[in-house]
Design a protein around this ligand. Structure first.
Ligand SMILES: C[S@@+](CC[C@H](N)C(=O)[O-])C[C@H]1O[C@@H](n2cnc3c(N)ncnc32)[C@H](O)[C@@H]1O
Length: 254
């Protein structure tokens, strides 16, 4: 995320009046690595610490204490940044998030980078669709290994609306489990392919593959998640290719 955001702000500064960073699942800015005393910066603090900063920051988290901790840290460490805090579910508060994006005009361009980093598949496609009406590039962490593979049977229940919302499609059960022949597609491929198509319908560049991130457990490579990048502009995809070349599948992309 940091590599991409760095390229984004460095290259786009001067071309756009406003460069906006949106973190829909921002958390508190720092995290402690399990079983160690090591504290690391997380997405929001990484975005704030770039050599060329964004002009506007919009942070959202449904956990009141985490986003309040982030607000306190930003006021302390970055007192001059233009930052807004949305305390609540990003899907329910998308109108408030949109309000904080500066308006564009013929003489004042606004380009936004939106980072989407939920624990599982909590993002609703409709939320992304609202943002996609503007000039927004997205980097979305899709918990394919951590959530999609493990929870398929839970998602299948009529009472579970996770995938309905993720794909904005209440018919996905029929499409995956019946009717259309998806026998060559794993559940992970099914949801990622559907998401790719939906972004193309919104006018985004076609994406061939999402970037897999794995870790090694007892000598085995285990899939954690995929990173999906979407831009309406070819140049965005070129930056993303450069970013991927810095990382291998075992490395965290933060
Ligand atoms: C994986 S963490 C995000 C981590 C952060 N990007 C980072 O680099 O550490 C997910 C965060 O999303 C928050 N969250 C979960 N569901 C949410 C929702 N629907 N809207 C906004 N925040 C949510 C959680 O409170 C948690 O802080």
């Amino acid at each position: 995320m940091g590599h991409y955001a760095d390229l984004f702000t460095t290259t786009m500064k001067g071309k756009w009046d406003k460069l906006v960073y949106i973190d829909l699942f921002s958390s508190s800015g720092y995290a402690k690595i399990e079983n160690t005393d090591k504290i690391i910066k997380t997405s929001s603090m990484i975005a704030l610490s770039l050599p060329t900063p964004f002009t506007n920051y919009i942070f959202c988290d449904e956990n009141e204490s985490l986003i309040s901790a982030l607000e306190t840290r930003v006021r302390r460490d970055f007192p001059n940044v233009n930052a807004a805090y949305v305390k609540g579910d990003c899907n329910n508060n998308i109108n408030e998030i949109l309000k904080y994006i500066p308006s564009y005009s013929k003489t004042s361009g606004v380009l936004t980078f939106c980072f989407v980093d939920p624990f599982a598949l909590e993002i609703h496609f409709k939320t992304l669709q609202h943002l996609a009406k503007l000039r927004v590039d997205f980097l979305i962490l899709i918990a394919t290994g951590m959530a999609a593979k493990r929870n398929k049977e839970n998602y299948k229940r009529d009472t579970n609306s996770t995938i309905d919302n993720f794909l904005d499609n209440t018919n996905w059960r029929t499409e995956y489990f019946g009717e259309i022949d998806t026998s060559n597609e794993s559940f992970t491929q099914f949801i990622t392919n559907r998401l790719k198509n939906k972004f193309v319908q919104l006018g985004y560049q076609k994406v061939e593959d999402f970037h897999p991130v794995r870790y090694r457990l007892k000598g085995k490579s285990v899939l954690l998640y995929h990173l999906a990048f979407f831009s309406k502009n070819e140049r965005g995809n070129k930056f993303w290719d450069i970013t991927k070349s810095y990382a291998n599948e075992q490395t965290s992309m933060f």
